[in-house]
Write a protein that binds this ligand. Structure first.
Ligand code: SF4
Ligand code: SF4
Length: 169
């Protein structure tokens, strides 16, 4: 079977020998995150789900927690986590400034672009316009969701990490 990489950075697929499904997408996400070494605190959507009472505090409270343990991947390569810096007690303005200075942004490699317009069509924030058949990103509108990178068939959109974020790693 051929494994296709999905997700913003088209990472390297890992065969873990498991097919995961659930009637509850939030609990399934909690299980999947644990398998690749992430806690709910590391995933914004899981933290929000916990606050809304949609998931338990950790995977051990899930029905099939023993099965999940069989699939833990100790050396899974995750993106850097800066959540420790963004603790809730900071004033919102400072938190926003720190978040902005650590946030990756999409960057178009025009030489690779085949002018298919997929990024332009899929951008949820309408931050992309086509100029001379090449995408131009409006930084003020961009929400750094990386849908453009995910859908680009030519791998022409890269993730640009700010200097300060690189330094912290
Ligand atoms: S990262 Fe998201 S919001 Fe920004 S340009 Fe790409 S698709 Fe649009
Ligand atoms: S999706 Fe990729 S190849 Fe298509 S227009 Fe956008 S950057 Fe160019």
């Amino acid at each position: 079977m051929e494994w296709k990489a999905i997700g913003p950075t088209k990472g390297t697929p890992r065969h873990i020998g498991a097919l995961l499904a659930s009637t509850d997408p939030y609990k399934l996400d909690l299980a999947c995150a644990k398998i690749i070494g992430l806690e709910k605190e590391n995933v914004t959507t899981l933290e929000a789900a916990y606050k809304r009472g949609l998931i338990p505090s950790d995977y051990t409270k899930l029905t099939y927690n023993e099965i999940i343990e069989n699939y833990f991947i100790s050396d899974y390569k995750n993106i850097p986590i800066h959540s420790g810096i963004l603790f809730d007690s900071k004033p919102p303005l400072i938190k926003k400034m720190i978040s902005k200075s650590l946030q990756s942004t999409p960057l178009v490699e025009k030489s690779k672009c085949i002018s298919c317009k997929k990024c332009f069509e899929t951008c949820p924030a309408k931050a992309i316009t086509m100029k001379n058949n090449k995408p131009v990103i409006d930084r003020k509108k961009c929400i750094s969701c990386f849908c453009c990178q995910e859908f680009c068939p030519a791998g022409a959109i890269k993730s640009k990490r700010p200097f300060i974020a690189k330094l912290l790693n």
